[in-house]
Design a protein around this ligand. Structure first.
Ligand SMILES: Nc1nc2c(ncn2[C@@H]2O[C@H](COP(=O)(O)OP(=O)(O)OP(=O)(O)O)[C@@H](O)[C@H]2O)c(=O)[nH]1
Ligand SMILES: [Mg+2]
Length: 349
């Protein structure tokens, strides 16, 4: 595909067109993804999540700027996942305005992604876009998403480094971020440190991290990669040195004036070195790819199911379930069997 060649040679227009093809999940987009996949695997993917309005976009811009200052040869991509929520709908224009400063930098590429109906879900779509940037030679891919639910956790969990942004709370018991999201954080940022309560929030988060660390030992390989199975050590194999754990640091920033940004970038680099030194970079990569394949399989099975099982069959069974004639599990079994046994003309040959 000539488009891919142009993109790999650095054409921003070609890059932008490939991104659109991929985002629309068109067959051409899929073909492009297949073709560029061998060129991926180099970029450092950094996920940034946190409550609405916590300053993620401001932070992402400043991080991108700092990365560019530190490494003048590095290319930085920003993917902003637009949650199309009524709360943040208005903020998108604001983001665009704020991002104007970066827009003049030819080594920075900013892409907003709408969350509507991406095949395989938002996490898969975000991964697809970041594969495009990766193949186009972008060294850093910053992925911003509002940390409101599981799908956002899914998105940032598919990054090498996850930054969770919080703001000074009203008190220890009314933190805006939930404990569950702490588990995925590699770096915690208390932004808006110019607001009162920043030190208190920082202390609180540090103690939460330490507590979690002691009880569930959230080393990278254990918490973020729960499903990754370590092979059993072979007999007589010299015992491997225990890999040092990564204890997520808690950083204070004022994104609006850049306070603390340099330090966050330093932690990002430390985290990367740690990932590389401990072999977790490869593990995380394998985990990400495995998740992407799993999500694609699920999505494709679901859409196949939806295409092949008639709506009225589903409704008929659901009404049986409503009348307590059939249990939900029996209904599911019957629907899946319907799909498989080929009463359906699409399947019976
Ligand atoms: N006082 C203060 N304001 C900040 C700071 N960082 C960001 N803001 C302001 O907070 C508001 C929200 O910032 P954004 O960067 O849009 O926040 P966001 O988390 O990306 O918001 P959504 O994407 O809508 O969830 C803006 O008005 C920023 O100028 C900070 O450190 N201190
Ligand atoms: Mg934002």
């Amino acid at each position: 595909m000539a488009l891919i060649d142009d993109m790999r040679k650095g054409s921003r227009l070609a890059l932008s067109r490939v991104l659109t093809l991929v985002e629309n999940a068109s067959p051409t987009g899929q073909a492009a993804l297949n073709q560029l996949f061998p060129y991926t695997g180099k970029a450092h993917k950094i996920g940034i999540t946190g409550p609405p309005g916590s300053g993620k976009s401001t932070l992402v811009n400043k991080l991108a700027h700092q990365l560019r200052l530190n490494e003048p040869a590095a290319k930085v991509a920003i993917i902003a996942v637009d949650p199309t929520s009524p709360f943040t709908g208005g903020a998108i224009l604001g983001d665009r305005v704020r991002m104007l400063a970066l827009q003049n930098d030819p080594m920075v590429f900013i892409r907003s992604m709408a969350s509507r109906g991406a095949l395989g879900g938002l996490a898969t779509a975000t991964q697809a876009l970041s594969q495009v940037f990766d193949a186009a030679g972008y060294d850093y891919i910053l992925i911003e998403t509002v940390g409101a639910g599981q799908s956002e956790v899914d998105i940032v969990n598919l990054a090498h480094t996850t930054i969770v942004v919080d703001v000074p709370g009203l008190g220890d018991d009314i933190q805006s971020i939930k404990a569950g999201i702490l588990e995925i954080a590699d770096i915690l940022v208390v932004n808006k440190a110019d607001h009162p309560g920043a030190d208190q929030s920082t202390r609180y988060l540090r103690s939460m991290i330490r507590m979690g660390h002691r009880t569930s030992s959230p080393s990278y390989g254990k918490h973020a990669l729960k499903e990754w199975q370590e092979p059993e050590p072979k007999e007589n194999e010299p015992e491997k040195e225990l890999e040092p754990d990564w204890l997520p640091p808690v950083m204070k920033t004022i994104a609006t004036d850049g306070t603390g940004i340099m330090e966050v970038v330093e932690k990002i680099q430390n985290h990367r070195s740690w990932l590389e030194k401990t072999g977790n970079w490869e593990k995380k990569d394998a985990f990400i790819l495995r998740e992407v394949v799993k999500k694609m399989v699920t999505a494709s099975l679901v859409s196949k199911f939806e295409a092949e099982v008639p709506e009225d069959e589903i409704e008929r069974l659901l009404s049986d379930v409503n009348r307590r004639k059939v249990s939900p599990s029996e209904a599911a079994t019957q629907l899946v069997a319907y799909n498989r046994t080929g009463i359906n003309p699409h399947l019976s040959e």
